[in-house]
Write a protein that binds this ligand. Structure first.
Ligand SMILES: [Zn+2]
Length: 310
């Protein structure tokens, strides 16, 4: 019957077939989805046909002897490249408070507080010696071969998100044309002594890098998987929504971490993390265990200078 139709009639016939077939397919699809929507059984049943489908590769049986020999080289070239292990020496300085000491400061507070005059001296020293600051993200990228380092690199990090960071460290860094990485505890933002979101935004807009120090400053190595996930994902989401920029770096509260903490960070999309372990040499394998150099309140300028030397 079809051969009797003219070319135009054939086209019209196919158009009719298409008009009928497409809605039918849509009906079939929508009709199928509720059954597929019953998840456990459908999921359990689905894999075997898929597996057999991939096991018998070609639609034409005669092609089968040829295809297997063709496949291995293709998959071999698609294999992921072996990651290159890099080792870079960059001092990552660790600060907490930068500001005047409160009258009732205890020994811990004194240790964690660098006086504004001392901090100014340290920034001047770095500039005089030709050090160039860079965001910590640049070091993480360099460890993956995706960024270059300046000739004399240094990273300045500030933990906890104290308000004095905005009052003292931020303007001094800006004057020197320097940047710093500020690890904020999102659950403490706006509390007494801590930065406000307005200040954090101003710092980010002023060239500072803002990253996560968790939600509640708890010992991450003792948390359940669920609590861990909350600390890493919520702090990141809150920071990103307030700043409108990506957050991919983490500082372990009190330096506590474990393989489970690292796994949670990786799963949440983080790219690197800093510890409180001492050192200035970093490797690609240990990008989630970057070492730092603690700057103490009692450090004189010569003591500070010696901490930068290999
Ligand atoms: Zn901390």
């Amino acid at each position: 019957m079809i051969p009797l139709l003219s070319g135009g009639e054939q086209r019209r016939l196919w158009a009719v077939v298409a008009l009928v077939a497409v809605p039918l397919l849509l009906v079939v699809n929508t009709a199928e989805s509720p059954t597929l929507g019953r998840p456990p059984r459908a999921a359990a049943v689905a894999p075997p046909p898929a597996a057999t489908a991939t096991a018998t590769p070609s639609p034409t049986p005669t092609a089968a002897p040829v295809t297997p020999t063709a496949i291995p080289p293709a998959t071999a070239t698609l294999a992921p490249p072996v990651p290159v292990e890099r080792s870079l020496r960059v001092p990552i300085l660790m600060y907490h408070h930068v500001g005047p000491l409160p009258a009732d400061a205890d020994a811990l507070r004194r240790d964690l507080t660098v006086a504004p005059e001392r901090f100014a001296e340290q920034v001047d020293y770095l500039a005089r010696e030709g050090y160039q600051t860079m965001p910590l993200a640049q070091l993480a990228a360099a460890l993956h071969g995706e960024a270059h380092l300046p000739p004399k690199p240094v990273v300045l990090t500030f933990d906890d998100g104290y308000r004095d960071n905005y009052d003292y460290a931020f303007p001094m860094l800006q004057r020197a044309g320097y940047t710093g990485t500020f690890f904020v505890v999102t659950g403490l933002v706006g509390h007494a002594e801590y930065l406000t979101w307005e200040q954090i935004r101003a710092m980010a807009d002023g060239g500072m890098e803002v990253q996560s120090h968790g939600r509640d400053h708890v010992d991450m190595s003792r948390l359940s998987a669920q609590a861990l996930e909350r600390q890493v994902t919520e702090s990141r989401r809150v920071l990103e929504s307030h700043l409108g920029r990506g957050v991919r770096l983490f500082a372990y509260p009190a330096g506590r971490y474990s393989p489970e903490v690292i796994a949670a960070l990786r799963a949440a999309g983080y790219q690197a993390a800093v510890t409180t372990r001492h050192g200035s040499t970093h490797t690609t394998a240990e990008v989630f265990a970057l070492r730092r150099v603690r700057v103490r309140g009692s450090d004189t300028l010569p003591a500070f200078a010696s901490k930068l030397r290999p």
